[in-house]
Write a protein that binds this ligand. Structure first.
Ligand code: GDP
Length: 453
């Protein structure tokens, strides 16, 4: 393959920078720009060894560098690779890259090094996704999840499911194609139990997906309540500064204000909505409609009630909307005499906390309630969990086909039709790992990467 080169370190000044060169004649190109004082050539170096020297452009010294050599197939891309580590200035790094390009390399595209690793069979598409997940991880759990994906937990599970499906398809076609041979009939009961095994393996792959998504993107959290219960005060208290307008006049938060707040490893993406109440004000009414819509999209709802007065009709309307949703009820204004009925709220919402947003009192109880709801302990990422929408869609499609094939068997449909459904499930899984993905899908995966990765 042609030789590609790119800067693998960030586009910013730093201690060192690395220019990566990969391809059939990567080491020859490195030798054209890099000179070791002892005359040692990159092509003669063993893999995983370094040399000290200088990089020149047309005989002119650019920088003092270290050259690291990796020999195919034992490199990141699976090809011969040379990495030049130089002083981390932007100008000097770009000048070295230009010298490398002048001597026969082509500039690497986004994710092209990892794409070559994929083409050369060093990793599958789920492991390529993992590389990007490791780079963008913001906390320990996110990193653990990405690392497990990189190790191949999802790939291995898909491989095992794939082998089961291929065996089932083999049995079905042998029986259908050679009826005169003495091949035992495929027993629907046995087939059904094999398909049920596949089904539960696929289900386990998507079990931790929601938690992973929440870790990466933050918890889409909506604060709701009727006007004047203290939503904006709580929002400001959580976000640490005055963003929402806090007044005694009901209906002052007319649209949606947003902010991100970190709680331990979790990030709450908070939206403070307009107070929900019956209103004849058109603008306020639009805000109330947005608030209701936001409730349906939310990962978490914080419902605020004014503890200093009894529950009213608007409070009950909100409570009705929140049944069976992931929700925490906050009874605010605990600095005053409490007149609202916590037990009634409890009938609708299991988690309740008493706080005074104004005095910043009880906020830690609210934080623990959030952490309890999103506790990751029951999810073992080492069992394999899909990590992005593309992977999830492939497993969902496969699962749908498997479920349909199980129902088809139950209703006595011809085995030919069942074969078609199982084959479609198999195709989805091959797309997931990249063994049969279209070029568009592969390009889409690598477009998320930077040029040096
Ligand atoms: P929102 O309409 O629900 O957003 O309510 P605001 O946050 O604008 O608060 C309405 C009023 O209640 C303001 O005067 C706040 O100062 C007051 N308030 C908010 N939280 C508390 C609290 O914990 N205790 C008391 N006593 N007053 C509060």
């Amino acid at each position: 393959m042609s030789v590609i080169a790119g800067i693998s370190t960030p586009n910013a000044p730093g201690g060192i920078a690395v220019i990566r060169i990969s391809g059939d004649s990567a080491l020859e190109i490195a030798d054209r720009v890099f000179k070791a004082p002892n005359g040692k050539k990159a092509v003669d170096m063993k893999g995983y060894t370094c040399a000290y020297g200088h990089v020149y452009d047309d005989g002119q010294l650019i920088d003092e560098c270290i050259l690291t050599v990796f020999k195919a197939p034992h490199s990141y891309t699976g090809e011969d690779v040379a990495e030049i580590s130089c002083h981390g200035g932007l100008f000097v790094t770009k000048k070295i890259l230009r010298a490398v390009l002048k001597n026969g390399a082509e500039p690497s595209g986004a994710g092209e090094f990892t794409k070559r690793a994929f083409i050369n069979g060093k990793l599958d598409l789920t492991q390529a996704d993992a590389v990007m997940d490791i780079i963008s991880a913001k906390g320990d759990t996110e990193l653990k999840m990405a690392e497990s994906l990189r190790k191949g937990t999802v790939f291995n599970k898909i491989t095992s499911v794939r082998e089961k499906l291929v065996k089932i398809l083999g049995d079905l076609s042998a029986w259908a194609d050679y009826p005169e041979e003495d091949i035992p009939e495929v027993e629907p009961d046995v087939l059904q139990s094999e398909l049920n095994d596949v089904k539960s393996e696929l289900e386990s792959l998507i079990k931790g997906y929601d938690y992973g998504r929440i870790l990466r993107n933050g918890i889409n959290t909506v604060i709701v309540g009727r006007p004047n219960v203290g939503k904006s005060t709580l929002f400001n208290c959580l976000s640490g500064f005055e963003r929402s307008i806090v007044t005694d006049i009901a209906g002052t938060t007319r649209d949606v204000v947003e902010e991100s707040v970190k709680i331990g490893e979790l990030v709450l993406r908070l939206s403070d909505t307009a107070g929900i109440r019956e209103t004849s004000d058109i603008i306020e009414g639009i805000g109330v409609d947005i608030a209701f819509r936001k409730l349906d999209e939310a990962d978490l709802i914080i419902a605020v009630f004014d503890g200093s007065c009894p529950l009213c009709e608007d409070d009950f309307k909100i409570l009705e909307k929140l049944q069976n949703k992931r929700c925490i009820a906050v009874i605010n204004k605990s600095d005053r005499e409490i007149l609202s009925d916590e037990q009634i709220i409890n009938k609708y919402i299991e988690n309740t906390v008493m706080i005074s947003a104004k005095n910043n009192d009880g906020i830690e109880k609210l934080q623990s309630a959030v952490e309890n709801i999103f506790e990751a302990s029951e999810i073992n990422f080492d069992n394999g969990t899909v990590s992005n929408e593309r992977q999830k869609k492939c497993v969902d499609t496969a699962l749908l086909q498997i479920n349909e094939s199980i129902s088809a068997l139950e209703s006595g449909v011809m085995l030919d039709a069942v074969t078609v459904l199982i084959d479609e499930a198999l195709q989805s899984l091959l797309e997931l790992t990249g063994e049969k993905a279209s070029e568009t899908v592969v390009n889409e995966v690598f477009s998320r990467f930077c040029v040096g990765k």
